[in-house]
Design a protein around this ligand. Structure first.
Ligand code: SAH
Length: 235
C-alpha cells in the first residue's frame, strides 16, 4: 500500500507545492506516495461559504468553525481509515525524527491545517486530532508546517532515498548531530580536508566521525546529549 496524505486546507493550491519537486516530487510521480488536498472552502456555510467566526469570549482574530471543519474531516476519513489524524498546531508536541519514522511506517496521514487564531477546540476533542508542532514559533497557517512534516516523512518511505544508508547516519538518529562533511577540491582557500578522511582507514574514519558527532552535540545540543546518555544508561 502506498503512503497517502490527505490535507484539509483553505489553500489547496499550496499542495504538493515544493513536495512536487526533487526527491519527494519524483516519488509522487512514481506513485510511492499520494497527496490529496481537500479544500475546506467546499464545506463552508451559506452563500459565502463561511468557514470561520469570531472567538467566543472575545479577542482578536477568527477561529475555524467546528461544524465546517468536522464535515471536511468526515468526508476524508472512511470507516476503515486508520491513518493518524493530525492538526498542525504550535501547541502540539514538537515533531521529532522518531515520530516522523512512526508516521512513515504507517499507511499515511490526515492533516488539518489551521489558519487565523486556530480551530474550535470541540472538533479537536471530538475527532481526536493529534496536535503536531514543528517548533516554538508561530506561522501564519498550517500548510507550511504540513509541508515540513510530509517532506520529513516522504524521504523515509521505501525506495525514495537513492542511497538508503544515508538515512541511518543523520542528525537525530541516536540523539546525535551529524559529523561535518567535506568534498573536493582537496584544498580550498588554503584549507585542507582533515587527514583521516583521506587515509582510506575506514575504522579510523568511523571513530573520527563518532568523536566529531559527540563533540558537536555536546557543545550545541546539551539537551540531546543528556537524552542520549539516559538511553545508553538504560541499555
Ligand atoms: N493562535 C495560535 C496560533 C495560530 S497560527 C496560538 O497562539 O497558538 C495559525 C495556524 O498556523 C495554526 O492553527 C496552525 O495550524 C499553524 N501553525 C502556526 N505555527 C505552527 C507551528 N509552530 N507548528 C505547527 N503549526 C503551526
Amino acid at each position: 500500500m502506498t503512503f497517502s496524505a490527505s490535507i484539509i486546507t483553505l489553500y489547496p493550491d499550496m499542495f504538493p507545492g515544493s513536495l512536487g519537486q526533487s526527491l519527494a516530487g519524483r516519488a509522487l510521480e512514481r506513485g510511492d506516495w499520494s497527496c490529496e488536498a481537500i479544500p475546506l472552502r467546499d464545506f463552508g456555510d451559506g452563500k459565502h461559504a463561511n468557514v470561520d467566526d469570531t472567538p467566543a469570549g472575545g479577542g482578536a482574530g477568527m477561529v475555524l468553525r467546528a461544524d465546517v471543519l468536522s464535515q471536511a474531516i468526515d468526508s476524508v476519513i472512511q470507516p476503515e481509515d486508520t491513518r493518524p489524524r493530525l492538526l498542525m498546531s504550535p501547541r502540539g508536541k514538537p515533531l521529532t525524527q522518531k515520530r516522523v519514522r512512526e508516521f512513515a511506517a504507517g499507511d499515511g496521514v490526515v492533516i488539518v491545517c489551521g489558519r487565523f487564531e486556530g480551530v474550535d477546540q470541540r472538533v479537536i476533542d471530538a475527532r481526536n486530532l493529534e496536535e503536531v508542532s514543528i517548533g516554538d514559533y508561530i506561522l501564519s497557517g498550517g500548510e507550511v508546517a504540513a509541508t515540513v512534516l510530509l517532506d520529513a516523512i516522504v524521504r523515509l518511505l521505501p525506495g525514495v532515498m537513492g542511497n538508503d544508508a544515508s538515512g541511518t547516519h543523520e542528525s537525530f538518529e541516536n540523539d546525535l548531530l551529524e559529523h561535518p562533511h567535506y568534498t573536493r577540491p582537496a584544498v580550498w582557500e588554503g584549507q585542507t580536508i582533515p587527514e583521516v578522511l583521506t587515509s582510506g582507514n575506514h575504522k579510523k574514519i568511523a571513530e573520527w566521525q563518532q568523536e566529531q558527532s559527540e563533540a558537536l552535540t555536546k557543545s550545541r545540543r546539551p539537551d540531546l546529549m543528556a537524552k542520549r546518555q539516559k538511553t545508553l544508561d538504560k541499555d
